[in-house]
Design a protein around this ligand. Structure first.
Ligand code: ADP
Length: 292
């Protein structure tokens, strides 16, 4: 049983609002944390809790949400507080009534605008997590090197530690050492990315505006965000057509989509096992067959 009163009192003092009877209800749908709606008076908050050792995960989530918020392109929840609360690490943000899937055209325009916020290097101010796996964001000038080291390489090293099949590791490393042909004639710029943009991290507010949340932000190839949107579903051809009008998508996208999604499939193999290792292997074989 969680005593919500100290947290509510802290929020009331910070936001200078009166503290009334405190109510909390669990919110389903998260993969990693326990989520709640916390209410007192007219104030409503969205709270995520985890073990105290996971505080840095919430600090990084706050940094990502702040970066997207600063871009003024697409709605993200405003964060009020991140810290330890009793035995828990917590992040408290604005509660948004999420009503179904976002309007595809608006989402396409707003994401294209967010991806139009560039940095001079690939990476991010802090490391974060993808699922519960650490995601390294050390700033790097070269995108291929970034992807090799901090995305594919990181997951392949984890897979080895987890005792994955050596064929998967060896062929994955062979691919990681030969990424250049997949980028023939294509030089991505470091775009602000959400980083974990599957359909479960998107919604719409009650005015119909797209809302994205639970990011794993970094500056990278915009196609990596588009790829993730196709991994466990599809935003629809119309989404891509509208997006393309605002941020042109290079013709080599289908090839790189598979490379970018391999990272997430390997992460799923590392986190959940099951058929994800076999799916990763199929993708590695497919990509290796494209090298010339
Ligand atoms: P986790 O970090 O555990 O994956 P999420 O951040 O994805 O958790 O949040 C879990 C669920 O809570 C989401 O699927 C969504 O339905 C809902 N949610 C996320 N952010 C908010 C918010 N600011 N206000 C209201 N509901 C939210």
């Amino acid at each position: 049983m969680i005593d919500w009163t100290p947290l509510a009192a802290k929020l009331a003092a910070q936001l200078q609002i009166p503290l009334h009877e405190v109510r909390a209800a669990p919110i389903p749908g998260g993969n990693i944390n326990r989520a709640f709606r916390l209410e007192f008076g007219a104030a409503r908050f969205f709270v995520k809790l985890n073990r105290i050792e996971r505080l840095s995960m919430f600090v990084a989530e706050e940094a990502g949400l702040a970066a997207i918020r600063r871009s003024r392109t697409i709605r993200v929840p405003e964060v009020y507080l991140t810290g330890d609360e009793g035995d828990h690490a917590c992040i408290v943000m604005e509660h948004i009534d999420l009503a179904g899937a976002p309007d595809r055209d608006l989402l396409a325009r707003q994401l294209a605008a967010m991806h139009g916020c560039f940095h001079d290097r690939f990476g991010f101010d802090c490391d974060n997590t993808i699922g519960s796996t650490p995601q390294i964001n050390a700033f790097t000038d070269d995108w291929i090197e970034f992807w090799r080291q901090h995305r594919l390489g990181y997951q392949l090293r984890l897979a080895r530690q987890n005792g994955c099949d050596s064929r998967l590791i060896d062929s994955g490393n062979r691919l990681a050492e030969n990424l250049a042909p997949l980028f023939d004639g294509y030089r991505p710029r470091p775009s602000l990315l959400h980083g974990d943009l599957w359909s479960g991290n998107q919604g719409a507010d009650d005015a119909g505006n797209p809302v994205i949340f639970d990011p794993a932000c970094y500056f990278g190839d915009h196609q990596a965000d588009l790829a993730m949107m196709e991994l466990f579903g599809h935003p629809g051809e119309r989404f891509f057509a509208v997006y393309h009008e605002h941020f042109p998508i290079d013709d080599g996208y289908p090839l790189r989509r598979d490379l970018y999604n391999l990272y997430h499939l390997l992460n799923h193999a590392n986190l959940f096992g099951g058929s994800y290792a076999a799916q990763s292997q199929r993708l590695i074989d497919h990509l290796l067959a494209q090298l010339h």
